[in-house]
Write a protein that binds this ligand. Structure first.
Ligand code: PMP
Length: 365
């Protein structure tokens, strides 16, 4: 067969989505999908109504300028439209920024382990991911990240709170880091989980962006707002960076349905905040319960918990699955478990109690 003239993409790993429960009859007892950091709540009625209202117009392309959403977001954060860029999920916003800053031969520095998509998106842009191990406390190692910056570095990503460890970066540490990063290198603060964080010392991306010409913040409607299936996220960026990002964006990448749902969500923020508070309370309840069982768990600012199980990861993931909990294992490293509905969360504790008794969760650490 003729070898087609294509790029060699063999270095790019496949994105592994969290395991899904799959189609078919409902399971009894139910199987819970705790593998993708989704929000377990169904759409608010006001959001569902906004979507229904849009349906009659889906024969038309979406409005590229997203005028209504732009004005709501700009008012909400006190930013200028020139600083706002939307994408098909914040993952597309990340992709825009990576492609706007880095190409063949360039480097992008970020901590590892972190969001699975970073290395893939960097490699897809032709650039080189420079992955700097987290500290033993699962935190960003800023000294090592600074040491990894070279003449080829075009972008640094700080994931705060970090997926999958849930650890946060304080304002002091971020400010200190930014003071030492060359000011012509763009720094992205990925705040996909910011709404779930309750630590008061954590860096605030938007405020940081306001005072630095090289800082970009990414937010998503997928997590706290529960719109993962609609794909919409945004960046707040210095105007020249935002202009560059728009140039590499997918044309019409943000659907009219996604825009309408995002507007309705921002108008229903009080109701959504109640849900977020409930998830935060559940996260803290489960973290405390795991602590009482002697299971090591990192303090999390996200809607998920990180169990650094090392070599016991695969066996523990199998045990969770056998008990109807689909979790996210990273082989040899740990398991990320999304906080779901209370019954699912109760089951996390029940499985861990059983595993703890079998010493599986404490083995091989
Ligand atoms: N950033 C981080 C840290 C994430 O964990 C995710 C989703 N898992 C995203 C960005 C992308 O989310 P979305 O594209 O749904 O906005």
């Amino acid at each position: 067969m003729t070898r087609l003239r294509m790029r060699d993409l063999s270095a790019i790993p496949d994105y592994k989505p969290g395991k899904a429960t799959g189609p078919g009859t409902p399971h009894d007892p139910p199987v819970y999908k705790l593998s993708s950091n989704e929000n377990p709540y169904p759409p608010l009625p006001s959001v569902a109504r906004a979507l229904a209202d849009q349906l009659s117009a889906i024969n038309r392309y979406p409005e590229t300028a997203a005028a209504t959403l732009t004005s709501v977001v700009c008012e909400r954060f006190g930013v200028h439209p020139a600083n706002l860029v939307f994408g098909s999920g914040s993952v597309e916003v990340l992709s825009q920024l990576i492609r706007a800053t880095a190409g063949e031969g360039d480097e992008v520095v970020f901590a590892w382990r972190s969001f699975e998509a970073y290395p893939m998106l960097v490699l897809a842009a032709g650039a080189k991911p420079v992955m700097v191990p987290l500290t033993p406390d699962h935190e960003h190692d800023f000294d090592a990240m600074l040491a990894a910056i070279t003449d080829r570095t075009r972008l640094v990503i700080v994931c705060n709170p970090n997926n999958p460890t849930g650890t946060t970066v304080s304002q002091d540490r971020l400010d200190d880091f930014l003071a030492r990063v060359p000011s012509d290198i763009v720094v992205l603060v990925d705040e996909a989980y910011v709404h779930f964080n309750r630590r008061t010392d954590t860096a605030v991306g938007i405020e940081t962006m306001r005072t630095h010409d090289n800082v970009v913040v990414a937010h998503t409607f997928s997590k706290a707002y529960g719109l993962a299936g609609l794909r919409i996220g945004y960046a707040l960026a210095p105007a020249p960076v935002a202009t560059a990002m728009r140039k590499v964006a997918i044309p019409f990448g943000v659907t009219s349905l996604a825009q309408a749902a995002a507007v309705a969500s921002l108008r229903a923020e009080d109701e959504l905040t109640e849900r977020v508070e409930a998830l935060v309370a559940e996260r803290d309840r489960i973290a405390a319960g795991l602590g009482r069982l002697g299971v090591e768990v990192a303090e999390s600012g996200g809607n998920f918990l990180w169990l650094p199980l090392g070599d016991a990861t695969a066996a523990a993931a199998g045990a969770f699955e056998n008990h109807g909990l689909l979790v996210r294992p990273f082989d040899g490293d740990g398991i990320r478990i999304t906080i779901g509905e209370p019954a699912a969360n109760d089951r996390i504790l029940a499985v861990c109690a059983r595993l703890g008794a079998d010493a599986e969760l404490t083995a091989a650490r």
